[in-house]
Write a protein that binds this ligand. Structure first.
Ligand SMILES: Cc1ncc(COP(=O)(O)O)c(C=O)c1O
Length: 432
């Protein structure tokens, strides 16, 4: 243990968390019955502070949640840690959001180089939800409309306009139901055609809805959405907070990562999570230049974010982009994705009464069960075998598994072994 991890016992932390942060959350995690507070962390693994009960050893897990891509480069990636230390030693701090910034300029240029063609401008934020808000807000400014079409079960964040795109169960408790926000089933071209009209400012979609169940759109879906947007003068916002930055083996899921010969160019590309490399929060909304004129020409200060696009965050993200856009890095993801996907499909075939299918791209996979209860039990059983993953919040019969992109072949094989063992253990319990 060090000065920052394990200062208090798990029991005491749970008590403090319950009293001062969120008691229902503590009760939920206790209910799952495993040690729940991450302690030491390095590479693709972390240890919990303690086991689920006093005296039990800590759980050591391979982090296949990756926090939705935050830990694409694993925990404490040495190059990223060094970059942050160097940036601090080199004199950077948050910077001043009202002024200009060398590092925002450099990161903006790097993003423009990597983006699908024509997306060259970037506004910076802190969280994914903020970056989504920016995209929707800018689309309203450009089109002078206030309609937005999103996917049922999609997830773009829990605040503001991002929340407005989500499912009713997350909005209604908060009396939040702004007019003009519509949802359609993901992957259904006809439903999209019927929903988008001359009042629609934007269509917003994740290329691979993660919380929605790692859904794979049929071929032709995204090109059709592009056309529907163009026909109606609406803008297309693509959320690659989870599926972007190399997760599919291509740098962008929408630009060849979903289907190699399908390269769609949206008007906005939104990034979050992985932009931080697990070290320093940053999100980005990148867009085509015509949008800049509509938003900023009259007043360049009309949208600002004090800690969004901090100098330190930009310096860290720049390093991450250099690492993750390297063709060797992307090839590694492709190769590991091939082994991982085939392995999961094989497991799905071995348990045909429990598992409906395994689907995904690169190192982003969903395993759909027939039954929600079995999915939750499988999640716990697989965690107990040392592989952290979780069920999808908006499709609770599906586990989402996203190993860090740096995971090596022997670890991918180990994850598959443990995953298989977790299901086998569950089956034994169910058959008792
Ligand atoms: C696809 C997607 N978009 C947006 C968000 C919102 O990001 P944040 O939690 O940083 O606001 C998330 C978060 O899970 C996400 O998965």
């Amino acid at each position: 243990m060090n000065d920052y991890i394990g200062i208090y016992s798990q029991k005491k932390i749970l008590k403090l968390y319950s009293k001062y942060v969120n008691a229902p959350k503590v009760r939920t995690f206790k209910g799952f019955g495993f040690g729940v507070i991450p302690g030491e962390r390095e590479g693709i693994r972390f240890k919990t502070l303690e086991g689920s009960k006093a005296g039990e050893p800590p759980l050591e897990v391979i982090n296949c949640r990756s926090s939705g891509g935050v830990f694409n480069l694993g925990h404490h990636n040495p190059e990223i840690v060094q970059r942050l230390k160097d940036a601090l030693d080199g004199g950077l701090d948050l910077g001043d959001h009202m002024l200009l910034s060398e590092w925002r300029a450099l990161l903006g240029e790097k993003l423009a180089e990597l983006m699908p063609p024509g997306i060259t401008k970037t506004t910076f934020g802190v969280s994914g939800g903020e970056a989504i808000d920016v995209a929707i807000k800018f689309s309203f400014a450009y089109t002078k409309r206030s309609g937005c079409v999103s996917a049922i079960g999609g997830y773009h964040g829990h605040t503001g306009l991002a929340l407005a795109t989500g499912d009713p169960e997350f909005k209604e408790p908060f009396q939040w139901n702004p007019p003009g926000f519509k949802q359609v089933p993901f992957g259904d071209i006809e439903a999209m055609e019927n929903a988008v009209d001359k009042k629609t400012a934007c269509v917003i979609l994740e290329t691979i809805p993660a919380t929605g169940g790692v859904l794979i759109a049929p071929k032709g879906y995204f090109p059709a959405v592009r056309k529907i947007c163009d026909d109606n003068g609406a803008l297309m916002i693509i959320d690659e907070v989870q599926a972007g930055l190399g997760r599919t083996g291509e740098f962008w899921a929408i630009y060849g990562g979903l289907y190699p010969d399908e390269k769609v160019v949206p008007d906005f590309m939104v990034l979050g999570k992985g932009m931080s490399s697990g070290i320093y929060p940053l999100s980005t909304t990148s867009y085509k230049p015509f949008i800049e004129s509509a938003v900023f020409r009259e007043d360049p200060f009309i949208h600002i974010s004090t800690t969004g696009g901090s100098d330190l965050g930009c310096a860290v993200a720049y390093k991450m982009l250099e690492i993750q856009s390297d063709p060797k890095f992307l090839n590694h993801v492709k190769e590991m994705g091939e082994i991982f996907g085939n392995g999961l499909k094989k497991i799905a075939n071995q348990f045909p009464n429990l598992i409906k299918e395994a689907r995904g791209r690169g190192l982003m996979w969903g395993v759909e069960f027939y039954n929600e209860m079995h999915t939750q039990l499988a999640m716990v059983s697989i965690i107990n075998e040392g592989v952290l993953q979780n069920y999808c919040g908006n499709k609770k019969n599906t586990l989402i598994i996203m190993p860090p992109l740096i995971t090596k072949k022997e670890d991918i094989e180990d994850i598959l072994r443990r995953f298989h063992q977790g299901i086998e253990n569950l089956l034994k319990i169910l058959n008792k």
